[in-house]
Write a protein that binds this ligand. Structure first.
Ligand SMILES: NC(=O)c1ccc[n+]([C@@H]2O[C@H](COP(=O)([O-])OP(=O)(O)OC[C@H]3O[C@@H](n4cnc5c(N)ncnc54)[C@H](O)[C@@H]3O)[C@@H](O)[C@H]2O)c1
Length: 322
């Protein structure tokens, strides 16, 4: 089976592409390489803006996985116009091209951030979604655009992902557990802006499993699926990171709790992904910390700009306006 990963040179794609190769799939990547290329040479990488793709570029692929666009709130807030174009319109544009090229399945990297401020229960895919911030709104737009193209011969699966964390060859230090790990290791401290808010946390290795399940699912499977490794308050997550880093290093880690309001607060049910995709998360926050610790010597300076999407994005934007 031949798979195209759009935006596959980013944080998730850099682990997903080699994993798919290991499972016997043929994998190509189209990416603008904002964060460089950390993929193995066995992955064919085409440096190209997805907006310039024609039907011919998508011919011959069985599945397309969409991992492109602006991938966090700071990027979306820095350039909301580009955010609404790249996250809102680009997925539909590519799904339209893919469908016309005869691709059988389009898998869209959605986000649980579409749930906004949803306190009272574990949100399911049937619950109404209301969010007021550019990233969440645009991910929902992207999701709606691609899902309405679902047909008998064109399956669309949207994976509403929790915050992905853990090690990738294209590393990000701007993701909740990765940031906590970094400050614990480098400053002996974890700063929590608001201990009581809920977040679905997602080990990147569980994310790989979910993409595999989506690829392997019967062609009749379509729709939205919440996916994460577990739901935690940020305070509980920080405590676990602290305990694990203390255990691994033998050093005492300080916890600083602030009281800063957050516009995101949600916990989600993954029952539908379990039942329909056979997705079973395998990893915990402790596993994420162990994984990061295992790779600690590869990171060098954890404050490198390339580890922070917003810093790279600001530079790209500045270069383009010259
Ligand atoms: N990382 C998370 O915690 C998380 C959580 C939920 C959803 N998501 C979604 O998953 C996807 C992947 O996340 P990530 O962390 O790997 O992101 P990332 O920022 O590391 O990678 C995105 C990649 O897309 C490429 N790209 C962007 N626009 C492009 C275009 N027009 N043409 C070609 N390439 C383009 C970039 O060069 C980059 O390599 C994103 O859509 C994000 O919104 C991520």
């Amino acid at each position: 089976m031949k798979i195209l990963i759009a935006g596959g040179a980013g944080y998730i794609g850099s682990l997903l592409a080699p994993a798919l190769l290991d499972h016997g799939y043929q994998v190509d990547v189209i990416d603008l390489l904002w964060f460089g290329n950390h993929l193995p040479p066995s992955v064919r990488v085409i440096k190209k803006d997805l907006f310039t793709c024609h039907e011919i570029d998508l011919k011959g692929y069985d599945h397309v996985i969409f991992l492109a666009g602006l991938s966090n709130d700071p990027m979306a807030e820095y350039n909301p116009a580009k955010n609404f174009i790249d996250n809102g319109a680009l997925p539909s544009f590519l799904a339209y091209r893919a469908k016309n090229a005869g691709v059988k399945r389009f898998i869209y990297a959605s986000s649980c951030s579409v749930y906004g401020h949803a306190l009272d229960h574990f949100y399911t895919e049937n619950d109404p979604v209301i969010c007021d911030y550019p990233y969440g709104i645009s991910k929902l737009q992207g999701e709606k655009g691609v899902l309405q193209m679902t047909r008998k011969d064109f399956s669309v699966i949207a994976l509403r992902q929790g915050t992905v964390c853990g090690h990738s060859p294209r590393m990000r230090m701007d993701l909740i557990i990765n940031t906590m790990f970094k400050t614990a290791m480098t400053q002996g401290k974890i700063i929590v802006n608001n201990a009581s808010i809920w977040r679905p946390i997602y080990d990147i290795r569980d994310a790989i499993i979910a993409y595999l399940r989506a690829i392997q699912a019967d062609e009749s499977v379509n729709g939205i699926f919440n996916v994460c490794s577990g739901n935690f308050t940020v305070g509980a997550a920080a405590n676990t990171v602290r305990e694990e880093v203390e255990q691994l290093t033998g050093k005492k880690i300080e916890l600083e709790i602030k009281k800063i309001e957050d516009f995101r607060n949600y916990k989600v049910s993954i029952d539908k992904a379990k039942a329909a995709l056979g997705f079973e998360p395998r990893f915990t926050i402790k596993d994420i910390v162990k994984d990061l610790y295992l790779h600690r010597n590869e990171y060098g300076d954890c404050e490198k700009d390339e580890f922070y999407n917003i810093r790279v994005f600001k530079k790209l934007e500045a270069d383009q306006s010259k």
